[in-house]
Design a protein around this ligand. Structure first.
Ligand code: SF4
Length: 487
C-alpha cells in the first residue's frame, strides 16, 4: 500500500493556496482543438512546452487536420519538428496518429480514454492531458513536476507516476483534478524546482514535511535545513472603503509591507520573492520573480491594475516592458526622508488610500521638524563586503543617518571602497546593516580590528533600508545610537 493519507482539510488548504499562488495555471501548450492538442502533447515528450509552441504554428499551417497528417511525408514532418528532439520517433508517431484517426475515428480525436490511449504515441499520460484539456474530462496526469512535488509534500510515497496519480486521485475531489494538474506543474516549475526548491518563498511551506526538514527530500535524498513557516494571516483584513486599484503587484519589498500595514493586503495580486513581510504574505500572494528580474509573463497573467516600482530597486527596463504591455505602473523615488514623506502621499493617492498616506507623511514630517540639528560622529554606512561598498550621504540611508543626528561620510551613491580608502575616511562610527549583505558579529569584529579608531555597530538592516514601511523605526535606531554617546 503506497498511499500516504492526507486529511481532507489539509488537501482543501493546499488547493486554496495553490489557487492563490497560481491563478494563471492552465495548459501551456498552444492549441485550438483536440487534434492540435494531441499533436502538441506528443511533441512535448522530453521537450519544453515553450519550444513546442515555437514549432506548432508552422506544423499546423502545413497539416491542419488528421487527413493532412495521414498523408504527410515523414522527412517533411521531421524537418518541421526537429527542434523538439527525438524527431524520428515523433514524426513516425504523428504519421501513425493521422492514419489511425482517419481509419478508426473518421479523422476526429475520440473522447474515450481507452480509444485515446490506443493511438500511436499517445499512451495513458497523454490521453489524460487531452481528456482534461480538450474535453473537460476529470483526469490528473502525473508528469515529472507533479511526481516530484507530490512526494515532497508527502501526498504520496509511491515510486511510479501511475501510483502517485492513484494517490492524488484518492486525496483530492474529482472536480479539482484538472485545475490541480496545472497548479502542481506551475508550482514545480516556478517554486519547487528539481535541484533548488525555493522553500523560503514557498506558499506551501508550513504544509510540507520536506521543506520543514521533517524527512529527507525523496527527490534529492537529502534533508533540507528546517525553515520557519510563515504564520497564518490575520483573521480579517482591514480593507479601507474607497476606490483604487484592486489587483496590485508590488515589486518593492518595503512597499509590500507598507500596503499590508495600510490594510490593503487583500488587493495584492503579486509580489517579488524578496517581499517576505508580513510573513503570511508568502502563503497568500504569488511571487513574480525578483526585484531586478521580475517575471513579466507572470505579471501579465495576473492582470494587475497597478504595478508599483522604485527607481533604484527595479530596472528601468521593467517599467518600459510594462508600458509596452499596457499595464499601469507607478515608480517611486526615495532618496531623502523629506522625499519619503512626499512619496507616501503619492503612493496613498495611487492605491486609493490617500488618508493613510497623508497621515503617515504628516507624522514623518512632524518628526523631521523636531529632529535635532546636532551633527554627531562621522558615520560610514557599509552595505556590502568583498568588495566593500558604502551608502553615501546622498542616498536614503545617508539621509537617515543625517536625520538620526549623525554625520554621514563617504563617496556619494553606492561606491566600492578599497581597504585603504576605508581607513583614509577615518570614520568614528561604522554601521553594518544586516541587509542587503548579511553582516555577522564576526564581520563586525574583523572590521573593528581593522579600524581601531572607530566603533563598529551591526544593526537591523530592514530598519535602516526598508524605506516608507520602516523609516520611523530606522530613525529610532539611529537617534538612539546618536544619543547614547556612540562612539
Ligand atoms: S516547501 Fe520546498 S519542498 Fe515543499 S513544496 Fe515548497 S518548495 Fe517544494
Amino acid at each position: 500500500m503506497t498511499r500516504t493519507p492526507h486529511p481532507a482539510s489539509q488537501a482543501a488548504e493546499l488547493q486554496r493556496r495553490l489557487r492563490a499562488a497560481y491563478p494563471d495555471a492552465a495548459c501551456a501548450l498552444d492549441h485550438r482543438d483536440p487534434f492540435q492538442l494531441v499533436v502538441a502533447t506528443i511533441l512535448s515528450a522530453q521537450c519544453t512546452d515553450a519550444r513546442v509552441n515555437l514549432v506548432t504554428p508552422a506544423l499546423f499551417a502545413r497539416f491542419p487536420d488528421a487527413a493532412a497528417l495521414a498523408s504527410a511525408r515523414q522527412e517533411e514532418l521531421e524537418s518541421l519538428i526537429r527542434p523538439t528532439g527525438f524527431f524520428h520517433n515523433k514524426a513516425r508517431n504523428l504519421l501513425g496518429l493521422g492514419q489511425a484517426l482517419m481509419a478508426r475515428h473518421g479523422g476526429r480525436v475520440p473522447a474515450d480514454p481507452a480509444a485515446l490511449a490506443a493511438l500511436p504515441g499517445v499512451g495513458q499520460k497523454t490521453a489524460n492531458v487531452v481528456l482534461a484539456n480538450a474535453f473537460g474530462v476529470p483526469a490528473l496526469a502525473v508528469d515529472t513536476h507533479i511526481f516530484r512535488v507530490a512526494r515532497r509534500l508527502g501526498l504520496s510515497k509511491a515510486p511510479t507516476p501511475e501510483k502517485v496519480e492513484g494517490d492524488l486521485c484518492r486525496i483530492f475531489p474529482r472536480d479539482a483534478w484538472i485545475e490541480l494538474h496545472h497548479q502542481l506543474i506551475f508550482h514545480g516549475r516556478r517554486t519547487c524546482g528539481a535541484r533548488r526548491p525555493d522553500c523560503a518563498a514557498c506558499p506551501l511551506l508550513d504544509l510540507c514535511p520536506t521543506g520543514l526538514g521533517k524527512f529527507k527530500d525523496p527527490h534529492l535524498g537529502i534533508r533540507f535545513q528546517p525553515q520557519d513557516p510563515a504564520p497564518a494571516p490575520p483573521p480579517a483584513s482591514r480593507v479601507p472603503a474607497g476606490t483604487g486599484p484592486r489587483r496590485i503587484v508590488s515589486l518593492v519589498p518595503s512597499v509590500t509591507e507598507l500596503l499590508a500595514q495600510w490594510g490593503l493586503a487583500t488587493r495584492l495580486a503579486g509580489r517579488t520573492r524578496y517581499c517576505l513581510e508580513p510573513p503570511w504574505i508568502r502563503a497568500t500572494v504569488p511571487a513574480v520573480g525578483g526585484t531586478k528580474d521580475p517575471d513579466l509573463d507572470r505579471i501579465r497573467a495576473l492582470a494587475p491594475d497597478l504595478v508599483i516600482l522604485e527607481k533604484e530597486e527595479n530596472p528601468r527596463s521593467a517599467a518600459e516592458a510594462l508600458t509596452r504591455l499596457g499595464i499601469p505602473w507607478i515608480a517611486l523615488e526615495v532618496r531623502t526622508l523629506v522625499g519619503a514623506a512626499a512619496e507616501l502621499r503619492r503612493l496613498g493617492a495611487a492605491v486609493g488610500a490617500p488618508a493613510a498616506g497623508e497621515a503617515r507623511a504628516a507624522a514623518l514630517e512632524a518628526r523631521l521638524q523636531r529632529a535635532s540639528s546636532r551633527r554627531g560622529p562621522r558615520t560610514l554606512a557599509l552595505i556590502w563586503r568583498d568588495p566593500w561598498m558604502s551608502a553615501g550621504p546622498d542616498t536614503y540611508l545617508g539621509d537617515l543617518v543625517r536625520q538620526g543626528g549623525l554625520t554621514p561620510i563617504g563617496p556619494d551613491g553606492y561606491a566600492t571602497l578599497e581597504e585603504a580608502a576605508l581607513e583614509a575616511l577615518e570614520p568614528q562610527l561604522v554601521l553594518l546593516p544586516t541587509e542587503p549583505y548579511r553582516f555577522t558579529a564576526r564581520h563586525a569584529a574583523e572590521l573593528q580590528r581593522r579600524l581601531p579608531g572607530a566603533r563598529v555597530h551591526r544593526l537591523d538592516g530592514r530598519a535602516l533600508t526598508w524605506y516608507l514601511s520602516r523609516t520611523e523605526e530606522g530613525l529610532d535606531l539611529l537617534e538612539h545610537l546618536a544619543s547614547s554617546g556612540a562612539p
